[in-house]
Design a protein around this ligand. Structure first.
Ligand code: THU
Length: 132
């Protein structure tokens, strides 16, 4: 599956985002090495801090299904945004925990334009270790 197809899966998922407070829908799609794709959307809450971002929804579902960080092939993120949507820093930290550092990350905008990078480029100097 190429980057366009994975971004399109993230865009399709976005329609199910639950965003009554921000009206800012986000979709994510994680491709696993066995070909499985798991989507996620942002799910908001009237107690704002209880909101879960799209990327975390997808990755946590992957963990729930038994996938590990070595199984992730790529992750795509889609927003109804004028320019590519950069993941929030909480999601970046979760991505570092649950995806390999060389994982391709596809960021996209409402026109379907894609910015490709690795997780390492997105999150340099990541916090990964308690044994420092
Ligand atoms: N959001 C995501 O789902 N992913 C991101 O990386 C950026 C932020 C959501 C959280 C909230 O529901 C809305 O976008 C506005 O912050």
């Amino acid at each position: 599956m190429n980057s366009e197809e994975l971004v399109s899966r993230a865009r399709m998922a976005m329609q199910h985002a639950y965003t009554p407070y921000s009206d800012f829908p986000v979709g994510a799609a994680v491709l696993y090495k066995d070909g499985e794709v798991i989507e996620g959307v942002n799910v908001e809450n009237v107690s704002f801090g209880a909101t879960n971002c799209a990327e975390r929804t997808a990755l946590f579902t992957g963990v729930t299904r038994g996938y590990h960080k070595e199984d992730v092939a790529a992750i795509a993120i889609a927003g109804d945004t004028e320019t590519f949507l950069p993941p929030c820093s909480i999601c970046r930290q979760v991505m570092v925990e649950l995806c390999a550092y060389e994982t391709p990350v596809y960021l996209s905008d409402k026109y379907g334009k894609i910015k490709e990078m690795t997780l390492k480029e997105l999150v340099p100097y990541a916090f990964t270790d308690l044994d420092m």
